[in-house]
Design a protein around this ligand. Structure first.
Ligand code: SF4
Ligand code: SF4
Length: 183
């Protein structure tokens, strides 16, 4: 999933290879695992107002450099929750009865939420596009929550996303840099 010659850490700063769209940091997941304690400390004890204010720009910057179509880690490994409005909307667009849609694609998880029966998501196409993109579940629209206060409020989720999503890794690294806490 890495990008050879892509972004790398040097002199405690994140550098990106700007000349093409292959922007997923090589070994980013290893760095994300190594920095879990630093992320946790920062998210729990850092300046929350300052971090919240910085999130929209950091989110924009991360997603302007990382191409989700080269990644699709989230769609390949995790399931969104399919809430009732999601099920109604998607079943309608697929011209299926809601019950048939649920029976074909979904199961209840341990939190009693509907999720896909198995990963990768059945709506993920071979080129990493989403077959129901316009109507995808709300969770898919919001993931990885890097422009929401969820990033600070749900620390365990953010820590997990840091190792699953390179954009989350980049945002957390930038926050660490901003707080002067890069390990
Ligand atoms: S894991 Fe993150 S970077 Fe990868 S496709 Fe999902 S949102 Fe995009
Ligand atoms: S519905 Fe689309 S965006 Fe959501 S996980 Fe499946 S393929 Fe990815």
């Amino acid at each position: 999933m890495g990008c050879p010659g892509g972004p790398f850490l040097i002199n405690k700063s994140l550098f990106y290879r700007e000349e093409n769209v292959c922007m997923i940091p090589e070994n980013w997941d290893k760095a994300a695992k190594e920095h879990q304690k630093a992320y946790k400390r920062m998210l729990e004890k850092g300046n929350k107002n300052k971090m919240l204010k910085a999130l929209p720009d950091l989110h924009e910057e991360a997603f302007s450099k990382i191409d989700c179509l080269q990644c699709a880690n989230c769609c390949k490994n995790y399931s969104p929750r399919f809430k009732t409005p999601d099920i109604k909307r998607i079943a309608k667009v697929l011209r299926m009865k809601e019950g048939d849609f649920v029976e074909t694609y979904l199961r209840l998880d341990e939190d009693n939420d509907y999720v896909v029966k198995r990963s990768p998501c059945p709506f993920l196409a071979a080129d990493n596009t989403c077959n129901i993109y316009e109507d995808r579940p709300s969770d898919c629209r919001r993931y990885p929550y890097t422009d929401e206060d969820v990033l600070l409020k749900r620390v365990p989720l953010t820590l997990k996303n840091a190792t699953a999503c390179p954009a989350t890794f980049v945002v957390l690294e930038k926050l660490l840099e901003m707080e002067g806490k890069r390990p």
